[in-house]
Design a protein around this ligand. Structure first.
Ligand code: ATP
Ligand code: MG
Length: 269
């Protein structure tokens, strides 16, 4: 089982689009996938057609404050192999409500511990902040994927994110590692996108996925239809990009197995 948080405190870089479509592509490639939406914006949940305003739907908010069990929250999506733990706007209050609660950084980890074994991939879509919700995500998973928008400010704020990951590794989760950088909204017509990718390579040697995600309007349209890209428009560039990324993610499995067997530190970032 691989558990991966898609994290970047910068907003609008492609975290949710990547979580949704990577999750859906991995499921289409016969992996059992659980997606966890820990962002109060609930974009990932909406992406899969969940009515996040339904009064009696329990969400990760109730889980975080101890008013629901994980089994009550996990929802099957319309796609085979793909389950979701939906979010709710109420989650925005959780950071404050949980102040003073001992062990508040490990609530998610403890809540999902019993269900992880039922999945091959667990993907956590984080909010654009490094607050308590993101800390819970980073404490639950072993790997981080960082989606970046290939624009001028792409790497701004990156040292803060890396520092946070280091801190979590030291205090809460020694296994945590940055396992991949996803270049999102790539525009092949501009030199800027290429330059930013070159900068990423320099900053994170060997971490940038070769499959870049091009700018593609179909990716922005798909959520309003409550579908991931390959269900919305399989022939689109966005669909092909995320399928290529999913295959690259699967190819990492063998590498990770070898690293683990060799007792590799896996945490050089
Ligand atoms: N490759 C792409 N091509 C075109 N539009 C994209 C692409 N990737 C994402 N978008 C659009 O850009 C916007 C931001 O993307 P997304 O919601 O995935 O970012 P995010 O990092 O999750 O944002 P937030 O920080 O608010 O959670 C969305 O409207 C999305 O549909
Ligand atoms: Mg998002």
């Amino acid at each position: 089982m691989r558990s991966i948080a898609l994290t970047n405190q910068k907003g609008g870089v492609g975290k949710t689009t990547s979580a949704a479509n990577l999750g859906a592509c991995l499921a289409a490639l016969d992996r059992r996938v659980l997606m966890i939406d820990i962002d109060p914006q609930a974009n990932l949940s909406i992406h899969f057609g969940v009515d996040v305003y339904a009064e009696n739907r329990k969400s990760i908010y109730e889980l975080m404050i101890g008013e629901a069990r994980v089994e009550e929250i996990i929802t099957q999506t319309r796609l085979k192999n793909l389950d979701l733990m939906p979010s709710n706007i109420n989650l925005a209050g959780a950071e404050i409500e949980l102040v003073g609660v001992v062990g508040r950084e490990t609530i998610l980890k403890e809540a999902v511990a019993g269900v992880l074994a039922g999945y091959d991939y667990v993907l956590v879509d984080c909010p654009p902040s490094l607050g308590l919700l993101t800390l819970n995500a980073l404490t639950t998973v072993r790997e981080v994927f960082i989606p970046l928008q290939t624009e001028f400010f792409a790497l701004q704020g990156m040292s803060k994110l890396i520092e946070t990951i280091r801190l979590v590794r030291r205090r809460l989760n020694p296994d945590l590692q940055v396992a991949g950088i996803i270049a999102c909204m790539y525009d092949g017509r501009t030199r800027l996108s290429q330059e930013v990718c070159a900068n990423i390579q320099e900053y994170f040697p060997d971490k940038l996925f070769r499959s870049v995600i091009h700018k593609n309007v179909k990716l922005a349209e798909a959520p309003s239809h409550g579908k991931p890209i390959h269900a919305y428009d399989r022939a689109s560039r966005g669909s092909r990009d995320y399928m290529a990324l999913a295959r690259e993610v699967l190819a990492q499995e063998e590498l990770l197995r070898r690293e683990a067997a060799a007792g590799g530190d896996g945490g050089s970032h």
